[in-house]
Design a protein around this ligand. Structure first.
Ligand SMILES: [Fe+2]
Length: 361
């Protein structure tokens, strides 16, 4: 029984909303999104689920949407931003607002942004296969700020500057060269991340490459990284909320805090989602005989970092932690890192292309 005098505190309006949506909520370290249970989601007129990762941080969630063969979602409009990655199937999405109207076709590996308050609707254009989308959104930030669903889901404000330009939803974009690890591609839609051209970022790991996306001039962040065949990236750490979606290849990641006797391990391939928790060291290893790519979606973009943590991260990625940075150089690694990697490569019939461990001067 509640009473009018019951003190109201420790409230989480986002979680209250989530529990009232009547769909599965999957909470944990990581999931295979291709197999997580979904159920009919009345708001979207399709099946869905919420995936709330241990490392999701304070501002974002992941919403999984499944469109039946030939099916479609109900038109939606809301104040939160979405960055959508296509896990399975093919279809199209219409986006409209502030005098613009766009429609584009997507398939596995597509990435697109839905600007705040843009009306949008998804269609599965296959009559045989379901389609599954994963959206990382800043709905937790908005609901916990305003704690008013009418304001977030029935708000008439238009954002013309966020709708993109002609071509933004046709896969066109602008390369903004900055420096390794900060090169950017501005667009609203990337048709296929699997074939997108990346830029070298050797200081992150031998053979490493990357691009930072600027999507719909938004505060939602996305980037993609590639690990060359037979290589792994340097360990690093940062704040929470980077939702990692493997895109091509396969491999594993290790997670540990300083002093942990053993790391935690996740084995990944396309379909997986996980998020390194706050300031946990983590390291990604490619065990495939081809390059492995992963997409990361977070809150606080390279254009609008939003938090002091992201501001520092995007300006201060690479230096070694021994010099106040966030990265463990190969010469400072626990020797077991490389032993485990070489054993894993042998299991998968791949060969190491790692250079010899440098000797620290
Ligand atoms: Fe990371």
């Amino acid at each position: 029984m509640s009473s009018a005098r019951e003190p109201r505190f420790l409230l989480d309006p986002y979680l209250d909303w989530a529990r009232a949506e009547g769909i599965p909520i999957h909470e944990g370290f990581g999931f295979d999104l291709l197999s997580v249970e979904t159920s009919p989601w009345p708001r979207l007129g399709a099946a869905g689920a919420l995936v709330l990762l241990e490392g999701r941080g304070d501002f974002v969630d992941c919403q999984v949407l499944e469109l039946a063969p030939g099916g479609q979602s109900e038109p939606q409009r809301h104040l939160h931003e979405e960055v959508v990655y296509v896990l399975a199937g093919r279809g199209s999405t219409s986006v409209a607002g502030a005098g613009r109207r766009d429609s584009f076709e997507w398939g596995v590996g597509s990435l697109f942004a839905l600007p705040p308050n843009a009306r949008h609707q998804h269609f599965n254009t296959s009559g045989r296969e379901p389609a599954r989308l994963a959206a990382v959104t800043n709905l937790p930030l908005l609901l916990n700020t305003f704690h008013d669903t009418e304001f977030v889901f029935a708000n008439g404000f238009e954002f013309p500057d966020r709708m993109g330009r002609d071509g933004s939803y046709r896969g066109e974009g602008t390369l903004i060269p900055v420096r390794p690890g900060r090169h950017q591609w501005e667009t609203n839609f990337v048709p296929d991340l699997r074939s997108f051209e990346l830029q070298s970022w050797e200081s992150r790991g031998v053979g490493s490459s990357n691009i930072k996306f600027v999507l719909a001039d938004g505060t939602m962040h996305a980037h993609m990284s590639e690990l060359a065949v037979g290589t792994y990236k340097k360990a690093h750490r940062h704040g929470p909320d980077f939702h990692i979606f493997p895109v091509t290849g396969h491999g594993y990641s290790l997670f540990w805090r300083t002093g942990d006797p053993e790391p935690t391990r996740i084995d990944w391939r396309h379909g997986w989602l996980y998020a390194p928790p706050d300031q946990v060291w983590h390291q990604h290893f490619n065990t495939a005989v081809r390059p492995s790519r992963y997409l990361a979606i977070a809150y606080g973009s390279i254009r609008y970092p939003f938090t002091a943590e992201k501001m520092d991260l995007f300006s201060n990625h690479d230096p070694s932690w021994t010099r106040g940075g966030r990265q463990i150089e190969y010469e400072d690694e626990d020797p077991r890192i490389r032993e485990i990697f070489e054993a894993e490569l042998r299991k998968h019939g791949a060969e190491s292309r790692m250079p010899p461990v440098p000797v620290r001067a």
